[in-house]
Design a protein around this ligand. Structure first.
Ligand code: ATP
Ligand code: MG
Length: 930
């Protein structure tokens, strides 16, 4: 198997292995289960013989020591190369299918090793370093970096190494940094000649510490920060040592002796792969390399091919095959040594569920060592509304006989799962998990999957600490929401799946976050920019081994056309009058003077948003507050003052009319035209507010539309039933009323082919999540999406914020962020609290487009407007965000026209134009749509 590896590489591997072993000499590194297993081998020169002298520095030299870090350093082994993963040579010349594009994407070839110029000379005796007399010419630009291990100077017989460090030698000075990037020693005035000669293996006293030089760090590895990553994050490296070869076996042909006679029989029986790896379409997992076998095949079981069930492979899309290979390698610890975590961050609708189901089914029945299954029990934690969706997906892909699933709800307690030997998969909501944590902790789960796992971005919240407390090592986070936008949150997710891989939070901040953020400041120097870019690239490279994100484009070809519309609705007369009154209130005036204590601006914003949805909602608030004892709350009092007089004297909110709200008028017309032109198609109607959903529900009743509804009040046990009912072709429901906050994530609502977003959220991610519910695998009809905005009002401004640079920067793309966390300058508030009555569309005005909206028009070419993106990991991840919020420049590329445009070809838009001042439209996968 190793015969195909280049001999030069072979020797580098060997050295690397030795080096990694020697690194383990620092006892501080031996934290964590996996590392405890590593055999302790003292460093080559760590204990000099009594007659060997350690090089000492001249005491006359003035040294200054930075506070020595006495605490143990992070446990880490050396990743050093983060893109190395060698495939074993194929057996018997027969091609095994590792998935489309597999080699191209996942196999990193030898050149990855090129940067690893190891200086491996080991000296037999320490060298004497003499002191500079101050006459030397110091070549300023000569800087050298070394990996060292260090300990405090001591006369004790049995001294312990404290940990790894990085020694930086520049001319006549040195700095010693611990692996958190902190200075632990510094000195100057040395003899240049001596510092220049520091070599691997050398032991010396420096800055009050004894160090042993392990190897030289290339400037590249230093600037990228690689040299600080001793997080056990080393890629799974094929080793050529004898020890490693000991257990390597030809798959299907055992040469090792199994432990007992009985065992022999059963192991040999299992020695055949469960499915034929040589069939043309079979999907075969990577065989473990020698290093893996050495670590995980202690009993020397024969190696057996792990082959995905052909029944599943038949259905898998190419990206899903690759995803399964990726997940398999991650959880098997084949990608990063001793780390079994993964983040699958595919965009929404790419079938993350199916990929996980395939993985679970495979690992539960098969394994590479003697065919022994890798896992017995799996825990899936998911938002409440998706618990039954998971169960349903298991049934969809595997039927109900192959695998037994247990879902926890009010009536089905965890105890039953514990008692029954039948179930292998437990599905539970995050809320239930917290309630049942004590029982769950006592179950041995081999695989943990956290669906919609972006919620674990904060390591201090209860859910995260609860999950961290589970001992399961194989952890997968699934998320469709971008997670690289905030470097600290990114750390929390990475650290959850692969604990400690990026070191401690403080070292991560020093080594990655700070340089990256500094490099993005406009004032950053060239040097800072370069360092930040290198560190970002390194972080991407390191985490890229177990982080996978594919964009929606990979499934576009399986999906019908999508017609997206942004519809600017003219506000009604009552709305305009009330709007003006609100803007003239004392509360708004105070906000504009910057008096923002107690956040009165949030109350003002809330009132304006309600008004945009329907004046009756505002009426209810005014009345409610009027009767409540807290009415003396100044802000609200001053906001609503005199407002009641604007409503007709006999105003009854229960008898609200459609005319009173521009959006409601457009909505009712839209529903009517869909019902008329597409009688068999259905509509998903989304709002962020329960009260608004009540109004929309009333509209359904008034017009005789059959509807169903899912909001925060819907019991979890009923949610899937409601979804299934709507998706069924036999259902008579025309409308699905959905609260985006309650049920936006993860739901499949492919029964609907029209989706109307009745109101807008500050957070583009909420809206994107909602819009992704219908345009997904299984959708048969062209999908129409309508986003309704009230022209000239706060809704347009929120939309602009979503698509402007400001909305795109910072950590906005995050489902858990709400307006309470948002900062507004007085200048922004001024803009928010303005009603623009004269324009058809202020969003269009902002685009600087030269059209008048009288003809359909698309703006300048995209190249002129580079799309900016907020991913803090920079350009390396840019390509990963196709479902990112739209940007201004992209919007300009959409077809756009004013409501009085003469030749509207879209029959749906044609019918609502009377109440619409402006449209933007974009068609994806265009065939004959609309
Ligand atoms: N290969 C496939 N063939 C047909 N349908 C598929 C395939 N893969 C997935 N699907 C279907 O696509 C839909 C979306 O899949 P899934 O819910 O797993 O998406 P997701 O990636 O989890 O998205 P989200 O981030 O929104 O939760 C489901 O109805 C699923 O059954
Ligand atoms: Mg999902």
């Amino acid at each position: 198997m190793l015969g195909s590896i280049n001999p030069a590489l072979y020797s580098v591997f060997f050295r690397l292995l030795l080096l990694n072993m020697r690194r383990s000499a620092a006892p501080s590194q031996l934290q964590g289960k996996h590392l405890k297993k590593t055999k302790f081998i003292p460093p080559a020169r760590s204990n000099p013989s009594p007659n060997e002298e350690i090089t000492k520095l001249n005491p006359d030299i003035k040294l200054f020591e930075v506070a020595a870090n006495d605490t143990l350093l992070q446990s880490q082994t050396n990743p050093r190369i983060c893109s190395l993963n060698l495939l074993p040579a194929e057996e018997s010349g027969r091609e095994i299918n590792h998935g489309d594009n597999y080699k191209e994407k996942y196999c990193f070839e030898a050149p990855a090793m090129a940067t690893l110029e190891l200086h491996h000379t080991v000296h037999s005796s320490p060298k004497e370093i003499t002191v500079s007399k101050g006459q030397e010419v110091e070549p300023e630009n000569l800087v050298k970096y070394f990996n060292v291990i260090w300990r405090k100077a001591s006369k004790k017989k049995h001294k312990k190494w404290e940990g790894d460090a990085v020694l930086i030698v520049k001319g006549k000075s040195f700095t010693l940094k611990d692996l958190e990037g902190k200075d632990i020693g510094r000195g100057t005035g040395y003899k240049f000649k001596d510092l220049e000669k520091i070599e691997e293996g050398q032991t010396m006293m420096i800055g009050g510490k004894e160090i042993e030089v392990m190897d030289i760090i290339s400037p590249d590895d230093f600037s990228s920060g690689k040299c600080f990553q001793l997080g056990g994050g080393s890629p799974a490296i094929s080793s050529s040592s004898q020890a490693a070869n000991r257990c390597f076996l030809n798959p299907l042909k055992s040469v090792c002796k199994p432990t007992s006679k009985e065992n022999t029989q059963s192991i040999f029986q299992n020695c055949k792969p469960r499915h034929d790896p040589y069939l043309p379409n079979s999907l075969v997992m990577l065989r473990p390399d020698n290093n893996h076998q050495r670590m995980f095949n202690k009993n020397c079981f024969p190696v057996v091919d792990v082959v995905i069930d052909p029944h599943l492979v038949y259905h898998l899309r190419p990206h899903q095959k690759e995803g399964i290979i990726f997940l398999y390698e991650c959880v098997m610890g084949m990608r990063v040594n001793s780390r079994c975590g993964a983040i699958l961050a595919d965009e929404m609708g790419l079938g993350k569920t199916l990929q996980c189901i395939s993985l679970i089914w495979t690992l539960q029945c098969q394994g590479p060592y003697g065919g022994k299954p890798v896992i017995k029990k799996t825990l899936i934690v998911t938002p409440g509304s998706l618990v039954n969706n998971w169960k349903k997906e298991f049934q969809k892909w595997l039927g109900s006989e192959r695998i037994k699933i247990y879902t926890v709800d009010q009536d089905h307690k965890v105890e039953e799962f514990i008692k029954s030997p039948f179930y292998s998969v437990l599905i539970i909501s995050y809320e239930m998990l917290l309630r049942s944590l004590d029982q769950i902790k006592h179950i041995k789960f081999d695989l943990l999957i956290c669906d919609e796992g972006h919620r674990l971005k904060n390591s201090t919240i209860k859910t995260t600490t609860a999950l961290i407390s589970l001992s399961c090592e194989k952890r997968i986070i699934l998320t469709g929401t971008p997670v690289q936008n905030d470097l600290q949150e990114f750390f929390a997710l990475i650290d959850f799946v692969n604990p400690g891989i990026l070191g401690s939070l403080s070292s991560y901040r020093k080594i990655y976050e700070e340089p990256i953020i500094i490099s993005r400041q406009p004032s950053a120097s060239e040097e800072e920019k370069e360092l930040g870019e290198r560190r970002a690239a390194e972080l991407t490279c390191l985490t890229g081994l177990f982080f996978l994100r594919r964009t929606q484009e990979v499934i576009n070809k399986y999906l019908p056309p999508k017609i997206e519309n942004v519809v600017f609705c003219q506000p009604g007369a009552l709305q305009i009058e009330l709007y003006r009154k609100l803007l003239n209130s004392q509360a708004v005036r105070f906000c504009l003077e910057g008096l923002l204590e107690n956040s009165p601006h949030l109350i003002c914003i809330g009132a304006l948003k309600k008004l945009c949805n329907h004046p009756c909602l505002l009426f209810n608030s005014v009345k409610e507050k009027g009767c409540s004892s807290t009415w003396d709350e100044n802000e609200e009092k001053s906001l609503y003052e005199g407002l009641i007089n604007v409503f007709p004297a006999d105003y009854n909110p229960l008898l609200f009319t459609e005319k009173e709200s521009g959006k409601l008028q457009v909505l009712t017309k839209l529903l009517a035209v869909i019902h008329e032109l597409r009688p068999t198609e259905k509509v998903v109607l989304v709002s962020n507010y329960t009260q608004t959903l009540n109004i929309l529900q009333e509209i359904c009743k008034r017009h005789g539309y059959a509807y169903t509804r899912l909001d925060g009040q819907t019991p979890i046990s009923q949610r899937q039933q409601i979804v299934d009912g709507f998706n069924s072709k036999y259902s008579s429901d025309f409308i699905f009323l959905l609260s985006s906050k309650a049920g936006g994530v993860g739901l499949n609502l492919i029964g609907g082919s029209h989706l109307i977003l009745y109101d807008i959220d500050w957070n583009p991610a909420t809206d994107i999540q909602a819009m992704s519910r219908v345009w997904r695998d299984g959708q048969k009809h062209p999908v129409h999406i309508y986003r309704l905005l009230t022209t000239g009002t706060i809704e347009e401004k929120i939309y602009q914020r979503q698509i402007s640079k400001q909305g795109l920067s910072g950590a906005v793309v995050d489902l858990t962020r709400t307006s309470e966390y948002m900062q507004f300058s007085v200048e922004e508030l001024k803009n928010l609290f303005t009603l623009n009555e004269s324009s058809h569309c202020i969003t269009h005005d902002l685009l600087n487009c030269d059209c008048t909206g009288e003809q359909d028009h698309t703006g300048d070419s995209l190249e002129k407007f580079p799309i900016s993106r907020n991913c803090q990991l920079g350009p390396h991840h840019q390509k990963f965000n196709s479902l990112k919020p739209l940007s201004m420049s992209q919007l300009k590329q959409w077809q756009h026209f004013s409501g009085d445009h003469l030749n509207l070809t879209d029959p749906f838009l044609e019918r609502i134009r009377e109440n619409v001042s402006f449209f933007f439209q974009n068609i994806t996968n265009q065939t004959t749509a609309p």
